[in-house]
Write a protein that binds this ligand. Structure first.
Ligand SMILES: [Zn+2]
Length: 444
């Protein structure tokens, strides 16, 4: 048993609670009490205590091209060419090194759990590695090395277009030989996982890369494993147009017809949804993960967050391409994008935005439904400094002032009851300089 004390904490209400004592035991929160005094052995955190930030959608290796795709004009598809080029350089050892530093950066930003949407499965020519889970082991090793909680979303990627054409070029290493091969590999992977802070999920890359029969296979595998299932949905209008032409259905309608939309499913992006799509997602209990900083970076568009929330769809957040690694900036952007889109203010409450950043995301990653810092929830939390020069608000000003006063200074981060960032420094050896070195190794 270990005790942690903070003068302020968010426990789910519209204001911060005062003088909060959290006891952790065996990686989970054992008790939470307000109006307490710290004891002599209590760890004192000097700021606002928040439940760990849940980054529901990440591709760790995209971090390499942050800021390096702005030299020429272009669209999503041209950006993808640059991303594919990096995907060709990664091998298990180098990917583990890079991902460890990328996860270290997330931890410094207070992200305690990540959904790694992983499709880099095989060698460059598409042949499996001698160790068939080499790349998956690399990511799991990276998560453990850095100390982040991870849901590894093993992604089914079989085709280069919506007509089912075979993978070409860089896509070859993304693809298994068939949906059955993908499924067998993933079912075997389940037995490889030993860490208590890593779990398996599955993903269909998109209606573009996962043919209809394979979507059904992904749904079956998710049922067998009783795990989360994620899928990119309607990020680009071109994807919608191609899906309508091929199947006579929108991507959401096709996913629904394939049995892929359940309460365990999270649709990533959902940028270009029809009114019918909104109803389908709500009825299925499917969540939607917005990645606003990536969606703006790629020129995707602004999805209907308010409409989804009004229908009771759980909304979570992701850093996706890792062009920005600041989950509270994703939360602010969800609100501010909707202000631009709907031409009014105060569309998502600060409480709703903090839930999207924490508890809703944790559930979307398969770690259960918990109250913020609730008893029995994973002992994942962070401390944010209040009242510094850049943050002229005081914690007593409330959640809105906290969220909208600007970037937050994360001082301390705990995952599974263990310190992973202390006074802004990773406790497992990662650093800004280490990340820069890892990235430079891939630049030519
Ligand atoms: Zn993505």
């Amino acid at each position: 048993m270990k005790e942690w004390f903070a003068p302020y904490a968010w426990l789910g209400g519209p204001d911060f609670s005062r003088d909060v004592l959290v006891a952790t035991d065996g990686g989970a929160i054992a008790s939470v009490d307000c109006g307490m005094n710290p004891g002599p052995a209590t760890v004192r955190l000097n700021g606002i205590l928040l439940p760990g930030l849940a980054n529901v959608h990440s591709h760790a290796f995209h971090r390499v091209i942050r800021g390096r795709t702005h030299e020429s004009s272009g669209d999503f598809w041209q950006w993808r060419t640059a991303m594919y080029a990096v995907s060709q350089l990664l091998e298990p050892d180098s990917y583990r090194h890079l991902a460890t530093e990328v996860f270290g950066e997330m931890l410094r930003a207070g992200i305690t759990s990540v959904g790694e949407f992983h499709y880099l499965h095989h060698q460059r020519d598409g042949r499996p590695y001698g160790e068939p889970h080499a790349m998956e082991r690399a990511l799991m090793g990276a998560a453990d090395d850095a100390g982040i909680r991870m849901t590894l979303l093993d992604t089914c990627y079989l085709a280069s277009d919506v007509h089912g054409a075979p993978p070409v070029g860089a896509q070859k290493r993304f693809a298994d030989a068939s949906a059955d091969d993908w499924s067998m590999r993933v079912l075997e992977l389940e037995s490889v996982i030993k860490s208590p802070t890593i779990r398996l999920g599955v993903a269909a890359h998109s209606v573009r890369a996962t043919p209809r029969a394979a979507l059904e296979a992904v749904a079956e595998t998710a049922t067998t494993l009783d795990c989360p299932v994620h899928v990119h949905v309607s990020e680009q209008r071109a994807e919608n147009d191609a899906c309508l032409a091929e199947h006579g259905m929108t991507p959401t309608q096709l996913l629904s017809a394939s049995g892929l939309l359940t309460g365990a499913t999270t649709a990533i992006h959902g940028t270009h949804l029809t009114n019918d799509d909104l109803q389908i997602l709500a009825k299925a209990g499917t969540g939607v993960c917005f990645c606003p900083t990536t969606e703006r970076e790629l020129g995707d568009g602004i999805g209907p967050a308010r409409e989804l929330r009004d229908l009771g769809v759980p909304l979570s957040l992701g850093t996706d391409s890792n062009a920005v690694v600041d989950l509270l900036e994703e939360a602010r952007s969800l609100e501010l994008n909707d202000r631009l889109r709907l031409e009014r203010r105060a569309i998502h409450s600060p409480v709703a935005l903090l839930h999207s950043s924490t508890t809703t995301g944790l559930a979307a990653l398969g770690w259960g439904t918990h109250e913020p810092l609730g008893v029995g929830s994973p002992a994942d939390f962070l401390c944010v400094a209040a009242g510094t020069d850049s943050e002229t608000f005081e914690a007593s000003d409330g959640l809105g002032a906290f969220l909208f006063s600007g970037p937050s200074s994360v001082t301390d981060v705990v995952v599974g009851g263990r310190y992973v960032v202390k006074d802004g420094l990773n406790q497992n050896g990662q650093s800004r300089a280490g990340l820069a070195t890892a990235i430079r190794g891939f630049l030519r």
